[in-house]
Design a protein around this ligand. Structure first.
Ligand code: ATP
Length: 319
């Protein structure tokens, strides 16, 4: 293998730049030519390629977003699109591609592998919703962003004796809500993986109130539904004022934490090694702090499960 490509796809995540840097620098260290593919699969279809050298990834390890930019591309989901992508890669002499993104991006990478392009996936998404890896690049930063915001909201909740619902990202996964909720001492955490009842939430709020607690933070994962609607239902039952904060896209940006930079550097470097060893349709994962190579098709087929032990613990500690 002489030339490899690297692209970022799906939602951006802090640490993607650190992963690109690792792919480029490890590739060059191993004697490869590295080509950046801009704007995910849509750039691949358009032949939006850029030769990467050591300098092109200088000064990016600390930056959020992705210097290669990212996109969603429906045309790539079609056979015609995938055939065209393979042609584009062949014209440029690219034999292997490192795909940094989420499970949708990996489905695309599996299709490329079936058509003879070696692919390795690096899990980059704040949602942490990929099976086969304990954590994904960007998750730690997003959790820390949520913590910072909820800590500030708590100052107001305490001072004004108010109940706040904070809606956090995660798509269909509750991981961000779980980790951030536990770390912020949220009184209640709602995640899509666990059923909840408005009656029970109201009971808990009343119980806290009766023992003198006049403020509460409820962290709601977006996969559960709108925090506004949930607040309305609670308000109807309890009659208190409720405030809702939807944190939104601030959770996707920002400088990556040390944990994400280290993870991205390790995973990006390993992706290059896997391509050089002749692997394809593999995803780099981390399990019990060790990097592993997992079958990509299997990883995207398996449902992701968050650590529900955190849910039980948070409930006990918020008693
Ligand atoms: P995130 O969940 O963090 O946003 P993701 O990688 O899951 O990341 P998607 O929008 O699901 O984001 O997928 C990104 C791109 O991957 C799609 O726009 C499409 O080009 C490609 N893709 C997704 N699913 C498939 C598929 N089944 N076959 C081929 N390509 C796919």
């Amino acid at each position: 293998m002489q030339t490899i490509g690297v692209l970022t796809s799906g939602g951006d995540a802090p640490g993607m730049n650190a992963a690109i840097r690792a792919v480029v620098r490890m590739g060059i260290y191993r004697g490869l030519k590295v080509v950046g593919i801009r704007k995910g699969y849509s750039g691949l279809l358009a032949g939006d390629f850029v030769d990467m050298d050591l300098g092109s990834v200088a000064d990016i390890i600390h930056r959020g977003g992705t210097i290669l930019q990212t996109a969603r591309c429906d045309a790539f989901k079609t056979e015609e699109g995938q055939r065209q992508a393979v042609e584009r890669l062949a014209t440029r002499g690219i034999e292997g591609v490192v795909v940094i993104g989420g499970d949708g991006s990996f489905r695309g990478a599996v299709e490329l592998a079936k058509r003879g392009i070696a692919t390795v996936g690096v899990p980059g998404t704040i949602d942490n919703d990929i099976a086969g890896t304990d954590t994904t690049i960007g998750f730690d930063t997003a959790v820390n962003t949520v913590i910072e915001a909820v800590d500030k909201i708590r100052d107001t909740a305490t001072s004004h004796e108010r109940t706040f619902l904070v809606e956090v990202m995660g798509r269909r996964a509750g991981d961000i809500a779980l980790s951030a909720g536990l770390a912020c001492g949220a009184e209640t955490i709602l995640i899509p993986e666990e059923e909840y009842s408005i009656d029970e939430i109201v009971e808990r709020l009343k119980r806290s109130f009766n023992r003198g607690k006049r403020h509460s933070i409820l962290v709601v994962a977006e996969g559960v539904g709108s925090a506004m609607d949930i607040a309305d239902k609670i308000r109807e039952r309890i009659g208190w004022e409720m405030r809702v904060t939807v944190l939104g896209h601030i959770q996707r940006g920002g400088s990556p934490t040390a944990a994400d930079r280290v993870l991205a550097s390790r995973m990006g470097a390993m992706a290059v090694e896997l391509l050089l060893q002749g692997h394809s349709a593999k995803m780099v994962g981390i399990q019990n702090r060790r990097l592993v190579a997992i079958d990509m098709e299997e990883a995207v087929a398996r449902p992701h499960r968050p650590d529900l032990g955190l849910f039980d613990l948070a409930r006990i500690l918020a008693i």
